[in-house]
Ligand binder design. Structure first.
Ligand SMILES: Cc1cc2nc3c(=O)[nH]c(=O)nc-3n(C[C@H](O)[C@H](O)[C@H](O)COP(=O)(O)OP(=O)(O)OC[C@H]3O[C@@H](n4cnc5c(N)ncnc54)[C@H](O)[C@@H]3O)c2cc1C
Length: 388
């Protein structure tokens, strides 16, 4: 009888967990190693577009994810003074694509993914240190953990995020590129002006602010600003910096900031990665942000990870050798994720323009371009994923 392959996934983020669920449904034995000591309910909000919902639907998870979040009906772009520049009918997009656009708390999504796994699939407090052998030609991959333990895997999947230690070891020239701005995120437990199903993003000079409800009780917000890489302050100083940047913007922005506990505000510098020429070495493959980190301007980074996770699992089902599956996975995914990454980078660059003339032109264009055109572009992006 043919032995079932054993897969080890490094990283219990969204990509790693979706891949683990898909592999278990294919009767592949999976172990997920996570460096964090506990799987705490952390993070902020996440937009999941219909493409990601289609992929989750293939695993029977789209209804539960939709129920745990808020269906987006419309989104508006505004100026800092509140003047509406454009609006987007996301309910129409959902009707055309057959799946909703969902805003969800990251922890709620994470919880649903963990529930869909067999018990004890994820081992916490397990940090992958290095790949001792990438494997290949019939030999397994070997992974060394921080504890000194070594593990063998027929399939080794590095889903260890944008800063992937495994990617940096096996692709030494794969440094992230800082895109010139940082992002803050927060969750406010005080339902007031932002209504369920509506989202907004407002543009200033070199900074932006966006928000959306993630459920009946909580509103998620994000903010961006141009600044040198690595510049950060914590606690009350972080909140004060945001109030200096956005305190005189239109409602409900100042109120949202005021209602956010300073210690809960997250900050991440925004990076992406020049596209890699391959995602595997022998029996070791990169997945999600480890392979294709994307700036957050389209709200598609995790969506791309979810799509990729499903495609990787399906390719492993179709091919007898992991190497052949990894090649097919790369061929199927590379063009799609590179296109999304570049589009997101361009949108972010324009969103962060700071010269008054450039910002005036950008806002003017946003207000005259018919919303049907933006919706058509979004349709194309969302429909660019078909189930494998
Ligand atoms: C400001 C901001 C807003 C965003 N908004 C959206 C959005 O609205 N919609 C969207 O689709 N995407 C969004 N994204 C992108 C999204 O967050 C990422 O694409 C997604 O989280 C990537 O998931 P992942 O599982 O690939 O990696 P990660 O979420 O980074 O998970 C990697 C996991 O691996 C673990 N790990 C790392 N190293 C090791 C190791 N050596 N050993 C063991 N474990 C390890 C980590 O602890 C972590 O749990 C946003 C990103 C940012 C920065």
């Amino acid at each position: 009888m043919k032995e079932t392959p054993k897969a080890v996934i490094v990283g219990a983020g969204i990509s790693g967990l979706v891949c683990a669920i898909a592999l278990q449904r294919q009767n592949i034995s999976v172990r997920v190693l996570e460096q964090a000591d506990t799987l705490a309910p952390v993070g902020a909000g996440l937009s999941l577009w219909p493409n990601a919902l289609h992929a989750l639907g293939a695993l029977g998870l789209s209804d539960a994810v939709t129920a745990a979040g808020a269906r987006l009906r419309r989104g508006e772009i505004r100026q800092a003074d509140g003047r509406v520049l454009s609006s987007m009918d996301t309910a129409g997009l959902a009707a055309r694509t057959g799946m909703p656009c969902v805003m969800i708390h990251r922890a709620a999504l994470h919880g649903l993914l963990l529930q869909a796994l067999a018990p004890d699939t994820v081992s916490t407090g397990q940090t992958a240190e290095s790949v001792v052998a990438a494997g290949g030609e019939g030999t397994p991959a070997r992974l060394r953990l921080h504890s000194g333990e070594e593990l063998e895997a027929d399939i080794l999947i590095a889903a260890d995020g944008a800063n992937s230690r495994i990617r940096r070891q096996l692709w030494p020239a794969s440094d992230l590129v800082y895109r010139g701005y940082t992002a803050w995120r927060g969750i406010v437990r005080a339902p007031h002006s932002a209504r369920l199903g509506e989202s907004g993003e407002s543009w200033g000079r070199g900074c932006r602010f966006g928000w959306s409800a993630v459920d009946h009780e909580r509103i998620y917000w994000f903010a961006t600003a141009n600044q040198p890489a690595g510049e950060t302050v914590g606690g009350e100083a972080r909140l004060s910096r945001l109030q200096t940047l956005f305190g005189d913007w239109h409602a409900p922005i100042p109120t949202l900031l005021e209602a956010t506990p300073a210690e809960d505000i997250l900050q991440n510098d925004i990076h992406d990665l020049p596209p890699l020429a391959s995602w595997h070495r022998g029996r070791t493959v990169l997945l999600g942000d480890a392979a294709h980190p994307t700036t957050p301007n389209l709200g598609q980074g995790a969506c791309m990870g979810i799509e990729s996770a499903l495609v990787l699992a399906r390719q492993l089902d179709r091919h007898t050798s992991p190497e052949a599956a990894f090649k097919a996975f790369f061929q199927q995914r590379h063009k799609r994720v590179t296109g999304v990454m570049l589009q997101s980078r361009r949108i972010g660059a324009a969103g962060q323009w700071s010269s008054p003339a450039a910002c005036w032109l950008r806002n003017r264009l946003a207000s005259v371009i018919p919303s049907r055109l933006s919706e058509w572009q979004l349709d194309r992006l969302v429909q660019g994923f078909t189930l494998p």
